[in-house]
Design a protein around this ligand. Sequence first.
Ligand code: PLP
Length: 456
Amino acid sequence: RPGHAAAWSRLAPSPSPLLGVDLDAPAPTSRELLEKRQKSFARPQKNYYAEPPQIERGWKEHMFDVTGRAYLDMVNNVTILGHGHPRLARAAGRQWSLLNTNSRFHYAAVAEFSDRLASLAPDGLDTVFLVNSGSEAVDLALRLAWAHSGARNIISLLEAYHGWTVASDAVSTSIADNPQALETRPGWVHPVTAPNTYRGPFRGASSTADYVARVEAALEALDLVGEGLAGFICESVYGNAGGIPLPPGYLSEVYAKVRERGGVCIADEVQVGYGRLGHYFWGFEEQGVVPDIITIAKGMGNGQPLGAVITRREIADSLEKEGYFFSSAGGSPVSCVVGMTVLDIMRDEALQENARDTGDYLKSRLHALGQRFPLVGAVHGMGLYLGLEFIRDRETLEPATEETAAICDRLLDLGVIMQPTGDHLNVLKIKPPLCLSRESADFFADMLEKVLCEGW
Ligand code: PLP
């Protein structure tokens, strides 16, 4: 009979000195580790290098592999402070040694962190739920919309990504992430054309009304069948396509129409919020609107699993109609202390300001590349959330998918970690730690220039 002892006798030995057990054991080679990862680690790795560097440690915007080779980390939208921040390590370690426990208990950190998060949100959004990831935050936001409105239907944007859990995945219709997304989505999800002003049916800047009309058509379709609306969810900067700002006035018009129907407006700030845009702390500020529900995660924990939903008390209270909320580790003492320390460090090191200044500088260097190399179709985004789109033809905007993959491989050779994204895998989504220095921004632009000079 398999029992407790039997399971422990099967436990594989800790193979890596990094895991802290046998400091004298030889480190596995990259190839051995990759084989082990493929055998036992379930998550499929799309766009992953055939031979990824075996990362051992990080410092600020750099990561180092087991041979000591440095890489500039240009894709890490989670570690916003940078790697290896000693102040964060001290605060987390101290809290670990004091207390970390199930969030059902009463301790100061959860009250203090919730209070500080609410103070960052617009007036009226004063109630915070703490969870462990962006997907959980989006699921909870959808449940809140259902509970508050008494309806089920959600309008989302085509090509969006909001997470992998059942409900967040349902509103994610990015075919790059899930080729079956449109066929398999449940009936309560109503995707509408995303306001992508660069490519798509309403290419060009003056098309706000056309995009709003798509939302109106979805609302009218619901009216026709006599169904109510629970809410509308979108990123405040169109992230999946590489950080394209929404057309002016889009969110205020859509929010007004959604609210007229009794729906709630959800701003998914998991990727764009929390200072990354540099010019704004929240993405929705760029559109001059206030949502009813905000979802956040990623950078707020600098890699510690941490997410949150911020909403109005009346919406939060409506959840009782749908069930209840409980998360064992969401808002644990360590998560809350990490979350608060991240905010302190961001403030003390002026990281949002750095995202603005270094981001503006990097964007100007990338624009200059666009003048020289026809392959560079556009540079989207703001702050340290930039998207560089490679195309084969400036008229047709044919995506340069294979070229983008080859460019990323060359960048790795030159010490830059970067991966293709977007529905056509032709976009470099640039989202480094917010401590990115001017020198590192130059290094990235120089390396990109070098690769482009090699003959694209
Ligand atoms: N929402 C957006 C906009 C995201 O970009 C992501 C992740 O990439 C998520 C939600 C899901 O977050 P997580 O991976 O923490 O579950």
